[in-house]
Design a binder for this molecule. Sequence first.
Ligand code: GUN
Length: 301
Amino acid sequence: MLLQSSHSSPSALMDLPVTSARLLDGKALAEQILTTLQREVAEKMATGLPAPGLATILVGHDPASHIYVRNKRRACEKVGMTNIHHELDKAYGQTALLRLIAQLNADPSVHGILVQLPLPKGCDYDENEILAAIDPNKDADGFHPFNQGALMQGRKAPVPCTPKGIMRLLDECGLQLKGLHAVVVGRSNIVGKPVALLLLERHLTVTICHSRTRDLAAEVGRADIVVAAVGVPELVRGAWIKKGAVVLDVGINRNTEGKLVGDVEFHAAAARASWITPVPGGVGPMTIAMLLQNTFEAYNR
Ligand code: GUN
């Protein structure tokens, strides 16, 4: 079982006398998923098929992006996928980047393409044009407008990795999700909006909050499921969390003491929640596992 328990509270959701949440261990779940993928890749290759290939493109010198991409490349290696990596100076430029994507689209050894975001500021990059240039069938991130449109219409298509990982973690709780109230804090194209659509698809009632939301505490306080994806250290206070709620924290921030913290005040939230993801080791590793799953699905298509 992936869920570490500090006590044995029942798994029903609301209004329970929960004193300490169970930890949703994304690291352990991601490792299980990668082990399964490793076996599936080996089975394909044993039949004489080539390895699945993921192309990663990293532009500029953002230290966090370098760490994220390094971890994605390591995971490729672990499961036996080929990684075609392009590390580019921030002056590489929009036209050259579009040309590189066209080459990767045409390369049969490449099944998935990822352009790490954000692209460097102050250059001529148009992120939307770059994402739209990726072959939608090779869109390992699910960011192409065709695939985002499919998600909105509830059609099958590659799904963005962090939202997909969040839903997979939520399924680990074994809850009946239908009819519950989810509050998503953050409205990015990468996490907030797509996860809200996935939650809707599973018949939750969804509220999307953001920096202009009038009373964030009150909104969060009504949530059975909280997804925090704003990138502000510990913005979501533990005292706001409804007793027994499930808390999924997407944030990876440094606080003023330089400590790695999420978007949720972890210890105070854990005292009220029924389940909570840690930072690090919660949602982050799941993003990578879902990226490789998307690549493997593209390869199988
Ligand atoms: N930047 C932050 N998260 C992501 C992600 O999931 N994919 C890409 N390509 N860039 C990101």
